[in-house]
Write a protein that binds this ligand. Structure first.
Ligand code: G3P
Ligand code: MG
Length: 238
């Protein structure tokens, strides 16, 4: 596995500091800000892939109750903030185009098979596998994705230590380790790099945090305001 040169700035849930998270508006603002990659949370609901983080509707929409309790038509009527609606994953892929990287974070069951099928549809249209990255805290779902579609790059999200390097390498063939700001340290970065894994840190919205993790030699950050991070870095990170 090769390490991509350059420091990567990834818009977390789109440019979610500037527009409602995981909406098309947030994705477009992330692209306009020059983010290298855009991260989106994805769930398989009512037979389709929707961009949505929580399991319930209250925090980010004017709906109530579990995401899975409403039929698709009702979900699409909800206000996800500023008049935006919950987007389909395919709309986000189309909005970003074939040049921008998209980190599809699998949230929940059924996502692996549906995402593999959708990515393949775009690959058949001529898009490169390298424009996609599929990540998840759910390593069983990621392993499913990897079995179904071994050419789609995988990133392993972790929320606690120690890292199970064996699973990351053998079961997932992961390209990157996605780790919280609170857990990352120099030794871990060295261990990941020794295994050919890039280290991407979430969520970095403060300049002092960016400086701290950059000094560790990490490869990129997730930020709610990618334009601001790019400014701190002195221009486009690409
Ligand atoms: O992919 C990084 C980050 O999005 C993981 O946490 O809860 O924001 O999806 P969360
Ligand atoms: Mg996420």
């Amino acid at each position: 596995m090769n390490r991509t040169p350059g420091f990567t700035v990834i818009a977390h849930r789109g440019a979610s500091a500037l527009a409602p998270e995981n909406t098309l508006a947030a994705m477009r603002l992330a692209a306009a800000a020059g983010a290298d990659w855009v991260e989106v949370d994805v769930q398989f609901v009512a037979g389709t892939l929707l961009a949505f983080h929580d399991t319930t509707l209250e925090r980010t929409t004017n709906g109530r109750g579990p995401l899975t309790a409403l039929p698709l038509a009702a979900l699409l009527q909800l206000d996800a903030g500023d008049g935006e609606r919950i987007p389909f994953l395919w709309e986000i892929i189309e909005a970003l185009g074939p040049e921008r990287g998209l980190d599809i974070e699998l949230k929940g069951p059924g996502t692996a098979a549906a995402v593999a099928a959708l990515v393949h549809r775009y690959v058949h249209l001529g898009w490169h596998y390298s424009r996609f990255l599929v990540s998840s805290f759910d390593h069983a779902e990621l392993a499913r994705l990897h079995r179904l579609a071994p050419r789609i790059p995988v990133g392993a999200l972790v929320s606690r230590l120690p890292v199970d390097w064996g699973t990351l390498q053998r079961r997932l063939d992961a390209r990157s380790l996605h780790i919280p700001l609170a857990l990352v340290n120099k030794v871990l970065v060295r261990q990941a790099h020794a295994r050919g894994l890039r280290v991407l840190v979430y969520t970095v919205d403060e300049r002092r945090h960016l400086a701290r993790v950059r000094a560790m030699g990490i490869d990129g950050v997730f930020s709610n305001d990618p334009g601001r991070v790019l400014g701190w870095l002195g221009g486009k990170a690409r």
